[in-house]
Design a protein around this ligand. Structure first.
Ligand code: ADP
Length: 232
């Protein structure tokens, strides 16, 4: 079954730049997919449209049965509850501990305290940081901070995890740790993962599906692909 479907999707920004042209895509539930392409190829725009940070100017996007372009602003939370998002720059709250950062999203939706505790500890266990619950973000390495951000994104067990250049600020060893964590989440929780990156080494090692964008066009959708020079 498809978790994501795009039909003839176009995104033209107000300044006249077309970031995505006539994109058709179907992504199956449970898959792990890389979105690759050079800077400005439309990777972030595609990810932003999936969580309704941006709306397509043409075409249709369906995520988990929701017609994303058509949801009212007041109902966007219904979409956001189905997904988790991880950014390049972690975006943790500096004055909250690791536990509190991950718990925050659940507190906002009014989950019971004992449920919050169980889910937060499980998420932190999944990213290998159960021993850091009381630390603050500035006491952690970059790789650890990104793992906290991943725990926060999966704590409510979303169907979809969107990652926009999650390893962009990390060295190769830390990047590999992040990839192992993501792979494990994909396997054990069945979370569909979509990750934008231009980290070719990672893509080549992981042997996952690869969507290649170039100047806003889909140039390839490959099973178990590698990052070739075509993308640049
Ligand atoms: P990537 O993530 O692959 O680097 P982006 O999706 O960020 O690509 O950008 C695709 C194109 O859209 C680029 O030409 C970029 O300058 C343009 N763009 C991105 N965001 C905006 C925006 N908010 N307003 C206008 N143009 C934008």
């Amino acid at each position: 079954m498809d978790l994501i479907r795009l039909k003839n999707v176009e995104k033209k920004y107000k300044n006249g730049v077309t970031a995505i042209y006539d994109l058709n895509l179907a992504i199956e539930k449970g898959s792990f997919v890389f979105i690759i392409g050079g800077s400005g190829s439309g990777k972030s725009t595609l990810i932003k449209m999936l969580y309704r940070e941006e709306k397509p100017t043409k075409g249709k996007i369906v995520v988990g049965g929701l017609d994303v372009g058509k949801i009212r602003n007041s109902k966007v939370y219904k979409l956001r509850r189905k997904l988790g998002i991880v950014f390049q720059d972690f975006r943790l709250l500096p004055k909250l501990t690791v536990f509190e950062n991950v718990a925050f999203a659940l507190e906002v939706i009014g989950a019971p305290k004992n449920e919050i505790r169980t889910k937060v500890l499980k998420a932190l266990e999944d990213v290998g940081l159960k021993n850091k619950v009381h630390n603050y973000p500035d006491q952690l390495s970059g790789g650890e901070q990104q793992r906290v951000a991943i725990a926060r994104a999966i704590v409510n067990d979303p169907k979809l995890l969107l990652c926009d250049e999650p390893t962009g600020n990390l060295d190769p060893d830390r990047s590999l740790e992040i990839m192992k964590v993501l792979e494990q989440i994909n396997k054990s929780r069945g979370t569909t993962i979509l990750m934008a990156t231009h980290d070719r080494e990672t893509v080549n090692k992981m042997k996952k599906q690869v969507i290649t964008l170039k100047d806003g066009h889909l140039v390839k959708f490959k099973q178990k692909g590698t990052y070739t020079d075509e993308a640049i």
